[in-house]
Design a protein around this ligand. Structure first.
Ligand code: FES
Length: 80
């Protein structure tokens, strides 16, 4: 199982990465202001930061206190 979206606001990281590129967003705060991603439960915030840092859009579930690490999505986890 991997993490590839903001569950609260139904946006994939692939979609958010494209939006960030189009709009010039370079911080999680900028993503949150326009999409509300990161402002619900907040569990996607470290993954959003990792997306900005690495360009990856799929991550292994991070242990508490650890940075999310990019991973390859399983075929059934490819964002739609
Ligand atoms: S998963 Fe993004 S705010 Fe909850």
């Amino acid at each position: 199982m991997s993490v590839n979206r903001c569950v609260c606001h139904h946006r994939t990281f692939a979609e958010l990465k494209d939006l960030a590129k189009t709009n010039g967003w370079t911080s999680v705060a900028q993503i949150s202001l326009d999409t509300s991603c990161g402002l619900g439960c907040g569990s996607c915030r470290p993954y959003l930061q990792a997306m900005l840092d690495t360009g990856a859009t799929t991550f292994a579930i991070a242990e508490p206190g650890q940075k999310p690490k990019p991973t390859t999505p399983e075929p059934w986890e490819v964002p739609s």
